[in-house]
Design a protein around this ligand. Structure first.
Ligand SMILES: Nc1nc2c(ncn2[C@@H]2O[C@H](COP(=O)(O)OP(=O)(O)O)[C@@H](O)[C@H]2O)c(=O)[nH]1
Ligand SMILES: [Mg+2]
Length: 441
């Protein structure tokens, strides 16, 4: 993922500071140069880059270091704060009250990710216990309704559409009538190909007749700083709007897109880092930067796990993260993480974890999981609890009992040991590095 590249170069820049024997003016200047290079590579606007590097340099060199904090930590904190600052303020959340229906309308040019985004949003709200519905108002694209319908089914959200009706306003009016009892109705609209003017006109027209509570502009993150043009036109047309930046997973220009949109003061509320229905998150600049720099916090990890309706008690999760878990726990973790998309996304939130995980660790194939289940079932409770006791002869017995190969049993055990080691080292690593506690989201 390309944002990862930005993250890892920023992280490398900070690591230099941590490894430097002394943190002096030269160290700070080098850091600023590294940060500049990283941002420019992510397509961040040159003017913005100059601005941010100046702020970092000024603060890092001139600001008084508060007591109890080392200069090193102060420098990291400055970088963290300035990056957060230039990704914009946290937008005011839309107040959603059960029983008081809110209508959200998605607009944006063709292919930006509206339909996918509509389904992701629906799923997002549904998971939070709100009654959600979708309306397909795209009467231009053949197959638009089928596309949304398919995704709606996956999200388990009702949908309204009418293939015979050509007037999108009529469809929406009817849809809103049907979904009168819902907490949230999300409207997917047609886009225009790169004609921002007519897009804005149509948006205004629809807006007038439908009066949605919030118009959300979906922007394709791969267009980099170009995102500013769209966001600006949109922001001028409607002050109530918010922005959804999609496709940040596949783009080398994600940093550019986000900073460009933030720079014109348009509130980014959601971002998407993948094609799957659960690949959506609220955009909180401080948290985003924290993760980008590999300083993600445990709290958002736990929140994400909770959100995925995984029945893992918090205590258990913490135990897991410190390496205290048995084979059954591990199996359950992989099982449940499967349902919320690649484990990668989750692990990214753990401090110090971002850039050194072998890919194959993250990919848990369906049939591997199935095999694991039978292997674990063939073990005695004691073996599951203390896998260490699995000697060669026990492994042979388990393999025979589960109809698998000894090699496969060993692989499971290896995976278990690796994961435990990883979790333990993580805990250790985290403490000295950011022990003083940086302000997190
Ligand atoms: N990788 C990735 N692909 C996405 C994302 N959002 C949408 N897409 C893909 O982009 C294409 C266009 O999306 P769609 O929702 O149909 O755009 P629309 O024309 O604005 O409705 C589809 O192939 C989607 O699967 C995302 O966040 N990440
Ligand atoms: Mg569409």
């Amino acid at each position: 993922m390309a944002l990862e590249r930005l993250g890892s170069s920023l992280y490398e820049a900070l690591r230099k500071v941590f490894r430097a024997p002394v943190v002096d003016e030269e160290t700070v200047k080098e850091l600023v140069r590294d940060v500049q290079r990283a941002l420019l590579q992510a397509d961040v606007n040159v003017k913005l880059v100059v601005e941010i590097s100046k702020r970092i340099e000024d603060k890092a060199l001139k600001e008084k270091v508060p007591p109890g904090i080392s200069r090193r930590e102060h420098v990291v904190k400055v970088v963290y704060e300035e990056l957060t600052h230039f990704l914009g303020e946290k937008p005011a959340p839309l107040k959603i009250v059960p029983g008081k229906r809110k209508v959200l309308m998605l607009v944006g040019i063709q292919g930006s990710g509206k339909t996918t985004g509509a389904a992701k949003l629906a799923r997002y709200f549904q998971k939070r216990g709100l009654k959600t519905a979708l309306v397909c108002a795209d009467t231009y694209r053949p197959g638009a309704y089928a596309q949304l319908q398919q995704m709606a089914r996956r999200a388990n959200v009702p949908i309204y559409g009418d293939l015979k009706e050509k007037k999108s306003v009529k469809i929406v009016v009817e849809g809103l009538k049907q979904f009168n009892d819902r907490d949230i109705v999300i409207i997917d609209t047609a886009g225009r190909h790169k004609e921002e003017k007519s897009l804005i006109d149509e948006m205004k027209k629809l807006e007038k007749s439908i009066k949605p509570d919030e118009v959300i502009l979906v922007i394709d993150g791969t267009i980099g700083q170009q995102a500013a043009v769209q966001a600006k036109a949109f922001h001028e047309a409607t002050p109530i709007g918010s922005i959804f930046v999609a496709k940040l997973d596949g783009s080398a220009r994600g940093g550019g897109a986000l900073s460009a949109v933030a720079a014109i003061g348009a509130p980014i509320k959601f971002i998407s880092l993948g094609e799957k229905i659960d690949d959506i998150e609220t955009f909180v600049p401080s948290r985003f930067v924290g993760r980008l720099l590999g300083m993600g916090d445990l709290e958002s990890l736990i929140e994400k796990v909770r959100e995925a309706e995984v029945k893992v008690p918090e205590k258990k999760m913490r135990a897991f993260l410190s390496g205290r878990f048995n084979l059954t726990d591990m199996y359950k973790q992989f099982e449940s993480m499967k349902s919320m998309g690649p484990l990668r996304h989750i692990l990214k939130m753990i401090p110090g974890m971002t850039y050194n995980i072998p890919e194959e660790m993250m990919e848990m194939a369906e049939d591997t999981l199935k095999k694991w289940r039978v292997i674990i079932q063939s073990m005695t409770p004691e073996e599951r609890e203390k896998p260490k006791i699995l000697s060669a002869s026990r492994i042979r017995r388990v393999a025979r009992g589960s109809g698998t190969k000894e090699k496969e049993v060993k692989e499971l055990l290896e995976r278990y040991n690796m994961l435990r080691k990883m979790m333990k080292s993580l805990r250790r690593k985290r403490l000295p590095f950011f022990g003083k506690g940086l302000p997190m989201a």
